[in-house]
Design a protein around this ligand. Sequence first.
Ligand code: HEC
Length: 99
Amino acid sequence: MKKLTIVALITAGALSLMAADGKALAAKCLGCHGADFGKKALGASKVVKGWSADKIAKALEGYKAGTYGRAMKGVMKGQVATYSDADIKAVSEYIAGIK
Ligand code: HEC
């Protein structure tokens, strides 16, 4: 019984970590932004590669809130609408770490 409890706790811990797994959260972005965020998404975005985590998070928060962006900001609002603050932080740190 004890062993089972420990396994259950570890599994629960792994799942909650995944909830803000930056790499997993970034997976759906790559089609437009490129595998290393080095592309201009749909020919319209800036190249995000090289941005700091802070700058990326500010942009994503802004898209979510409707306070940042240009002609195609609606595309990005849909991308991050369901991302929590923790998700935005995790995905921004992951992207900023891509070399
Ligand atoms: C369907 C294509 C598409 C997908 C998928 C997508 N983006 Fe974007 N992204 C765009 C476009 C287009 C823009 C420029 C929008 C505008 O006009 O402001 C943009 C802009 C951005 C910007 C700001 C750069 C700038 O131009 O000011 C960041 C940061 C960003 N995206 C991150 C992400 C992240 C993180 C994800 C995944 C959660 C993602 N994008 C998914 C198309 C996409």
